[in-house]
Design a protein around this ligand. Structure first.
Ligand code: ATP
Ligand code: MG
Length: 408
């Protein structure tokens, strides 16, 4: 894996992917746990593309894909805890080994930066970092040496130190020199699984998938629960939620969805409680059922896509009534988001188009004309006293259907 000037690798396909992690370097004593989790997530999330070998080098990782390196690199952009990814070539940490490889990597990157027939001038710089001071040449001097070595007889390239189009990075370490010209942005955040486990109440809307993704980004391993009221709501609504769960599962090794039959709860509320309180009482039932499923499955917190003031059920009073029904912590990562901000994230993570498909949600079943805006907790509890709440929760949990997705 350490080519010298006589054994240059075939370019166009870097032998390894250099993975830089960001925030987890801040985690002191927990670092090892974070890094081993990241390593496992990388192996599992890339498994369906190619086998990879992973090596830890200083505060980075090297991923060696057996095949399909480009796809593996792109998949790594969906692994939380990674700041950036560079396809790298590796040389012995000596000037004689680095210079010819630098030229080859540079010419390869130049060809990629310029389309066919593209004659425009490309700005360029070399950026050497020298962690191993046994390397005999200071970084800034070596930058120039490399520039002088790679540039002669190449037309249409101009050195520019400030934000050039093309940067040839050379990272010199005791065990080898790493050369790269591309830097793919990672998903950042923390490795999924390092911040406990969450259960996201996933509807077919725009908000809840974004809420799930945001907590996954903070290292929470996410499962999903969706409430479905057959026959009032048809199969396409359920399939839409499962399609969203599948999209979200790309960001972790795998993900389980609990599909809860919710018809009996809604009918009981329709028949036994005032109309204006229906929506709030539906939501309170969802909290109870989700809490029970979470406890039974060692999940630490619930997650919803609620945002303060967005719709009638999301006033502070109604959110208080809803939150009070659950028995484990409830996280609402979008609480301070505007709809536009949520849509921006939904587009970026690829859930928007699926969310935008028009299918009804169970909350529209028996929907009141005038839902309560400033719900009162004491009244919710009074109305629920007339309902067989525990039996409804137990029956709903007993009827759960499980759907698993691998994070392919
Ligand atoms: P979303 O876009 O996520 O549906 P929303 O702005 O439409 O959110 P509501 O429909 O009021 O808001 O729902 C608030 C939250 O309640 C949702 O974000 C979701 O977490 C949860 N929720 C609503 N309906 C369902 C359902 N059928 N199954 C699971 N969770 C649901
Ligand atoms: Mg909704």
């Amino acid at each position: 894996m350490q080519p010298d000037s006589t054994t240059l690798p075939a370019l166009g396909q870097a032998p390894a992917l250099l993975v830089r992690y960001g925030e987890l370097t801040l985690k002191g004593a927990n670092q090892d746990q974070f890094i081993s989790r990241l390593r496992r997530n990388i192996a599992r999330q890339t498994a369906s593309i190619a086998r990879v070998r992973i090596e830890r080098v200083y505060n980075r990782m090297l991923v060696f894909p057996e095949a399909r390196s480009e796809q593996v690199g792109r998949k790594l952009q969906q692994v939380f805890g990674i700041k950036s990814i560079s396809p790298v070539w590796i040389a012995k940490p000596t000037p004689a080994a680095i210079l010819p490889l630098a030229r080859a990597v540079f010419l390869d990157a130049l060809e990629a930066a310029r389309g066919p027939g593209d004659e425009r001038t490309i700005t360029f710089r070399v950026e050497t970092t020298r962690a191993d001071k046994r390397f005999p040449i200071p970084s800034n001097v070596f930058d120039r040496d490399v520039g002088e070595h790679v540039l002669p007889d190449v037309r249409g390239v101009k050195v520019k130190l400030d934000e050039p189009e093309l940067t040839l990075g050379i990272d010199i370490r005791a065990e080898g020199a790493y050369l790269f010209a591309r830097r793919l942005p990672g998903a950042a955040g923390l490795p999924v699984g390092t911040s406990g486990r969450g259960l996201c109440l996933l509807s077919g809307g725009i908000d809840s998938p974004v809420a799930a993704w945001m907590m996954m980004k903070r290292g929470m391993w996410m499962s999903f629960v969706t409430f479905h009221s057959y026959p009032y709501i048809g199969d396409p609504s359920k399939q839409k939620v499962l399609a969203l769960a599948r999209l979200l599962a790309r960001w972790q090794p795998n993900a389980r969805t609990y599909v809860v039959p919710f018809t009996a709860c809604q009918e009981a509320i329709r028949d036994g409680a005032p109309e204006s309180y229906r929506t709030v009482l539906y939501r309170r039932m969802m909290q109870r059922i989700a809490s029970k499923l979470a406890r039974a499955n060692e999940i630490d917190a619930l997650v919803t896509g609620e945002s303060l003031g967005q719709v009638a059920s999301q006033t502070i009073e109604n959110m208080t009534c809803i939150g009070a029904a659950g028995s484990i912590p409830l996280l609402r990562p979008l609480v301070g988001f505007d709809k536009d901000e949520t849509i921006t994230v939904a587009r970026r993570i690829g859930t928007f188009d699926t969310s935008n498909r028009q299918e009804p949600d169970c909350c529209t079943v028996f929907m009141p004309d005038r839902p309560v805006i400033h719900g009162e907790l004491a009244l919710c509890e009074e109305y629920e006293n007339a309902l067989p709440v525990e039996a409804l929760v137990d029956a709903a949990c007993a009827g759960v259907e499980l759907v698993d997705f691998e994070g392919e």
